[in-house]
Write a protein that binds this ligand. Structure first.
Ligand code: FBP
Length: 568
């Protein structure tokens, strides 16, 4: 075989030159973990900070063990006074929910913290694997292979919610069968809510000596909606995803004045909150970026949104710029108040008239629905493009609810803006293209920020396991000044929310706040970005060189940092 061919074969299975090089990168480690040049466990002490549930009494009734033991006090990781050897602990780790870059480094961090005297087990395929008892021992050679790599493929993941008594019982059995001392759940708001319930359930009488199994959470989600002010600046995966999207949006922006013929409507992932859209807007400075939380708070109608976008299109056309970029957050539909009202009524009407609607054409269906829907809701429904009306009547989940994330919002906006522009200014050229960037950003090689952030979160989770703590989520903050390790009590984070018509205790999703420095900065500048081409094309995320140490812009602004550079 020719030498080049031989080399090419040797790069199979994640051994491209790039992947081989990134495995060698030494991620920065918070100095609290280093003693004598080696990774060392830390002690956890009260940090003088608290988290406060709005429903503290109800939480206390449901989580007597965790509230009694941890209360609402945040702990800080501090250098241990003496080196104590902890041996023979068995810790398992699982991924839960959608993938996010850096998950493998969480595993590496836990592994390195536990050291050779303890055992780390991997749970295959997320919570489902925990219920089934599908665990395996993680070895040093695996860690070498997965370090700094993207994806969740080493363990796998799923979205099973552990909720029935049988599922909790099965988890208990898995813990006993595998002689577990601790379980680390790497997930978003729902998975960390689940971790709180597991921590309470597994608190006692699990092991032979009558003690419990510790449960520790790690904050993950590209959506960035698991943040707790200064105590948790961001969930991991957000930085990588937004850097990937910013590169792609930046490239498209660079194309617009080059080809001078298209308006691009780009939907960005982020099921509910608009953190991703805001971050990408701050990194790339497009002509328009919608922020769902602003739309909801200002009670904007779909028509107003369309008018605003059309206004920018017409104004730019006057300057000869028949091109531009509109950034659209994935979840925007559910934040338009009149839309949510209409969809609620539509869901009920479709369920009531299920049989009548069958085998009818769209006009006939509208007639049937108009007898039930309120006139405003009916008018809004009828104003939507017909393919969207069809989708809204057919694409439903097992509970009969519309799968809003399936709606091609970017196409809907294009069609409605087109109609509006044609009516207002028939001579304006408005050629469009639509895109959806989502899966492209979840599994790429982690940015240096995410690689370091996740490795330190893994070290923190491992240290919490060694310190015998349960019911905490690991956090890493103070990212402009060397970093600070925190442990946030999970039960105290819970609040009562109505989900699927029932009261549930959950960790609230953190949404974009309109009085946050990041949103204010956006508002201050967006008109200039709409008018003139002031866009950025930030390029691929870099792992070496001056831009490698850049953290998310929204994080730096909201945390009040003076610089974009993370310093660990
Ligand atoms: P997590 O909150 O579980 O991290 O997932 C977030 C997300 O990436 C959203 O942005 C997106 O809407 C969703 O997952 C897509 O889910 P799926 O992987 O089931 O298609």
């Amino acid at each position: 075989m020719a030498a080049l061919e031989k080399y090419l074969n040797s790069t199979e299975k994640g051994r491209s030159l790039f992947e081989s090089e990134i495995r060698k990168i030494k991620t920065p480690v918070c100095k609290v973990f280093i003693r004598g040049g080696k990774i060392t466990p830390v002690e956890f002490k009260a940090a003088g900070l608290t988290v406060n549930s709005k429903d503290a009494e109800k939480v206390k009734a449901k989580f007597p063990y965790l509230i009694e033991k941890n209360g609402n006090k945040i702990l800080a990781g501090t250098a241990a006074r003496a080196r104590t050897k902890i041996k023979n602990k068995r810790v398992a780790v699982l991924f839960s929910g959608g993938p996010a870059a850096g998950g493998h480094n969480v595993v590496a961090g836990i592994y390195d913290m536990l050291g050779a005297d303890n055992t780390l087990l991997g749970v295959k395929a997320g919570p489902k694997g925990l219920i089934k008892g599908d665990l395996f021992e993680i070895k040093a050679e695996d860690i070498k292979r997965i370090r700094n790599t993207g994806g969740f493929d080493y363990l796998g993941s799923d979205r099973t919610k552990i909720k029935t008594p049988e599922q909790f019982e099965a988890v208990k059995k898995t813990c006993r069968d595998n002689k577990l001392d601790a379980l680390v759940v790497v997930g978003g708001d729902d998975s960390n809510t689940n971790a709180a319930f597991l921590a309470e359930y597994l608190a006692g009488n699990i092991k032979e000596d009558g003690s419990g199994v510790q449960v520790i959470g790690v904050p993950k989600t590209i959506d960035g909606d698991l943040q707790i002010g200064k105590n948790l600046p961001i969930s991991f995966g957000f930085d990588t995803a937004t850097k990937v999207y910013s590169e792609m949006v930046g490239n498209i922006l660079q194309d617009t004045p080059s080809s001078r013929k298209y308006w691009h409507f780009i939907k960005l992932m982020g099921r509910a909150a608009s953190h991703v859209a805001l971050e990408v807007a701050l990194q790339t400075k497009p002509a328009v970026a919608l922020i769902s939380e602003e739309i909801a708070e200002k009670n904007m109608s779909l028509n107003q949104i369309i008018e605003n976008i059309a206004g920018v299109v017409i104004e730019r056309s006057k300057q000869g710029k028949n091109y531009g970029v509109v950034v659209v957050p994935e979840g925007v539909i559910e934040f338009i108040p009149e839309m949510t009202r209409m969809l609620k009524e539509l869901n009920q009407a479709v369920a009531e008239h299920e049989q009548e609607l069958e085998n009818k054409d769209l006009a006939e269906k509208r007639d049937i629905l108009s007898e039930t829907l309120d006139s405003d809701n009916m008018a809004l429904f009828a104003s939507l493009p017909e393919y969207i009306q069809e989708m809204m009547l057919f694409d439903r989940d097992a509970h009969g609810n519309l799968q809003v994330s399936q709606i091609p919002t970017e196409r809907l906006l294009i069609d409605m803006v087109k109609k509006h522009v044609k009516k207002q200014s028939p001579d304006v050229k408005f050629a469009t293209l639509n895109h959806f960037f989502g899966y492209e950003g979840r599994c790429g090689v982690p940015s240096l920020f995410d690689a370091a952030y996740t490795y330190n979160l893994g070290l923190a989770a491992g240290a919490l396991a060694l310190a015998g703590k349960t019911g905490y989520m690991a956090s890493f903050t103070g990212l402009d000044q060397g970093g600070k390790i925190l442990a946030i009590p999970l039960a105290a984070l819970l609040n009562v929310e109505v989900r699927h018509g029932k009261d549930e205790m959950v960790i609230e999703k953190s949404l974009v706040e309109l009085d946050s420095p990041a949103f204010k900065y956006f508002v201050k500048n967006r008109e200039r970005w709409a008018e003139a081409d002031l866009f950025n094309s930030p390029g691929p995320r870099q792992l070496w060189g001056p831009s490698a140490k850049q953290m998310p812009v929204t994080v730096a602004l909201n945390q009040g940092y003076k610089t974009l550079e993370f310093k660990i």
